[in-house]
Design a protein around this ligand. Structure first.
Ligand code: PMP
Length: 408
C-alpha cells in the first residue's frame, strides 16, 4: 500500500480545474482597479459596467462615503466581537430600527450578508416537525439553509402557484410522514425577484395559497430590495401584501450599496434569532462603517426618489432596445436582463468580445444556470447615463451580428 505515498494528496483539484477549462466552465476573476460604478477599470481599460448589483449607484454615493468615514473616526475600523458577546454597537441597533421603520415591520435583525441571513434563519425556525416548500429556482443560500435544517422539504415548479397549491393541499391532507400529525409549521419560501432571470415571484397567488393552508411565507428580497415597491421597500410592498408575509429577507449588499443581510418580521422572530441563529452567534458583527453607511443608504433611498425613477427608466429603455435588436432577454421584468446565449462557449466569447468593445458584462454558465441556458447577465443602474447605455447597446449589436446571434 505504498503507491499513493508520494502523490500530491490535492492533485485532484488540478484535474477538476482542467475539466472545467475544457468545458468552457472555468471562470477567472476579473479584477477592478477602480471604484464600483457605471464605468470601471479592468486590466487598465475603462469599461461600461453592466455587471454590478449597484442598482441605485449607492456604492460610491457621497453621503454613504461620508457616513462610513465618520463611523471610522468615531468607532474605529472593526467591531471586535460577535453580536452576542461584545460586538453590538449603537450603530447596529440604529440600523435595525431604521430598517424596521422602512419595512413597516415590528422588528429586523441584521446578518453579515444576505447569504448568512438565509442560512441562519431557515434552520433556526424549522425542524423535524415542519415542512419547507421551496420554488425550484430559489437562491443557493436558501438551498443551503434548507440543507442545514432538519425539516423535510418539497420543491415546486418555478413560479407556479397551482403547483404550490397541490403541494400544500397534500401536506395539509396527509400531515407529517409516518405520523399523519399536522405539521407545526409549513414555510413557503420564494425569492421575490429571481436573480438569474429577473422575473418577479407571483406573490399574491403564493400568499393566497399559503393562507389557505395556514402556512407562513418567507420572501428573499435580495434583488427586490431598493428596486421594487415604494422607495425600494421590496416585493411585498410592491404587491400591497404588507402584514401577510411573515418573514422578509433583504440584502444590504446590492441596491443598498454596502454589505449585509437582514430579516424583517416579528419581535419574536428577532428575539429567537438572537438566541439561536448560528451566523449571528458565531461570526463577528459588521464594522461600524458598514452599519453607518447602510443606515445612510436607507435615508438616501427616501430622500432621493429620482434614483429609483432613473433605475427604471434606464431599465425600460435598455430592455426595449435589446429586444428591438433581436436579442432574447427571457422572462425578465426587472433591471436584471439576461441576454440568452445558449451554450457556455458562446457566452464566454460574447463577453470577451464585449470587453474588447469597452463593455464589462459577465457570462453566467452552468452550474449557476442550466447547461444550455448560458447567458450574459446585465444590470443597468440609476448611475448609467443615456450615452453609456447607447454605447453599450452599440457594442451588443456589433458583437451579436459578428457571432450570428442577431440578423446583420
Ligand atoms: N439571495 C438572493 C436571491 C441573492 O441573489 C443573493 C446574492 N447573490 C443573496 C441572497 C445573497 O446576498 P448577499 O450578497 O448579501 O450575501
Amino acid at each position: 500500500m505504498t503507491t499513493n505515498l508520494h502523490r500530491d494528496p490535492l492533485a485532484f483539484l488540478g484535474e477538476e480545474l482542467e475539466d472545467l477549462r475544457s468545458r468552457h466552465l472555468y471562470r477567472p476573476l476579473r479584477v477592478m482597479s477602480s471604484a464600483q460604478g457605471p464605468m470601471v477599470s479592468v486590466d487598465d481599460r475603462r469599461l461600461i459596467s453592466l455587471s454590478s448589483n449597484d442598482y441605485l449607484g449607492l456604492t460610491h454615493h457621497p453621503r454613504l462615503r461620508e457616513a462610513a468615514l465618520q463611523a471610522v473616526r468615531d468607532f474605529g475600523a472593526g467591531s471586535g466581537a460577535v453580536r452576542t458577546i461584545a460586538g453590538t454597537m449603537t450603530l447596529h441597533e440604529e440600523l435595525e430600527r431604521d430598517l424596521a421603520a422602512f419595512k413597516g415591520t415590528e422588528a429586523t435583525l441584521t446578518f453579515q450578508s444576505g447569504f448568512t441571513a438565509n442560512t441562519g434563519v431557515i434552520p433556526t425556525i424549522t425542524g423535524e416537525q415542519d415542512l419547507i416548500v421551496s420554488d425550484e429556482l430559489n437562491h443557493a443560500s436558501i438551498i443551503d439553509g434548507m440543507r442545514l435544517s432538519k425539516a423535510p422539504r418539497k420543491i415546486f415548479k418555478h413560479a407556479d402557484v397551482e403547483a404550490l397549491r397541490a403541494v400544500l393541499d397534500e401536506a395539509v391532507e396527509k400531515g407529517r410522514e409516518g405520523t399523519g400529525l399536522p405539521y407545526r409549521l409549513i414555510l413557503v419560501v420564494t425569492d421575490g425577484v429571481f436573480s438569474m432571470d429577473g422575473d418577479i415571484a407571483p406573490l399574491p397567488g403564493i400568499v393566497e395559497a399559503a393562507e389557505a393552508a395556514n402556512a407562513a411565507v418567507f420572501v428573499d428580497d435580495a434583488h427586490a430590495s431598493g428596486v421594487l415597491g415604494r422607495d425600494g421597500r421590496g416585493s411585498v410592498d410592491h404587491f400591497g401584501l404588507d402584514g401577510r408575509v411573515a418573514i422578509q429577507v433583504g440584502t444590504l449588499s446590492k441596491a443598498v450599496g454596502v454589505l449585509g443581510g437582514y430579516v424583517a418580521g416579528s419581535q419574536d422572530l428577532r428575539d429567537i434569532l438572537i438566541q439561536r441563529a448560528r451566523p449571528f452567534l458565531f461570526s463577528t458583527s459588521h464594522p461600524p462603517a458598514v452599519a453607518a453607511a447602510c443606515s445612510e443608504a436607507i435615508r438616501v433611498m427616501q430622500d432621493e426618489p429620482q434614483l429609483l425613477e432613473r433605475l427604471w427608466s434606464n431599465t425600460k429603455r435598455f430592455k426595449a432596445e435589446l429586444a428591438r435588436l433581436g436579442f432574447d432577454t427571457g422572462r425578465s421584468e426587472t433591471p436584471i436582463t439576461p441576454v440568452m446565449m445558449g451554450d457556455p462557449d458562446t457566452a464566454g466569447r460574447f463577453s470577451q468580445r464585449l470587453f474588447e468593445e469597452g463593455v464589462f458584462a459577465q457570462p453566467v454558465v452552468f452550474p449557476t444556470v442550466a447547461i444550455d441556458k448560458a447567458r450574459i447577465r446585465t444590470i443597468v443602474t440609476a448611475a448609467h447615463s443615456a450615452e453609456q447605455l447607447d454605447q453599450a447597446l452599440e457594442a451588443f449589436a456589433a458583437v451579436g451580428r459578428d457571432l450570428g446571434l442577431i440578423a446583420g
